[in-house]
Design a binder for this molecule. Structure first.
Ligand SMILES: [Zn+2]
Length: 55
């Protein structure tokens, strides 16, 4: 039986099983990922800014 990668509860729908997360955990996972990507962009912008200041 497939379980959620985040909370280890059994997954009921084929969609959840396919995604590996329950609906709630899927949303939380995506939010965390979006937050992470947002931070990545911020770091890139910060480096670019520092690069420009050095030149
Ligand atoms: Zn879960």
């Amino acid at each position: 039986m497939s379980t959620c990668k985040r909370c280890n509860k059994p997954l009921k729908t084929p969609k959840s099983i396919d995604e590996g997360y329950g609906p709630v955990c899927k949303r939380k996972h995506e939010e965390a990922e979006a937050e992470f990507l947002k931070r990545q962009v911020t770091i890139d912008e910060e480096l670019e800014y520092q690069e420009r200041m050095r030149a």
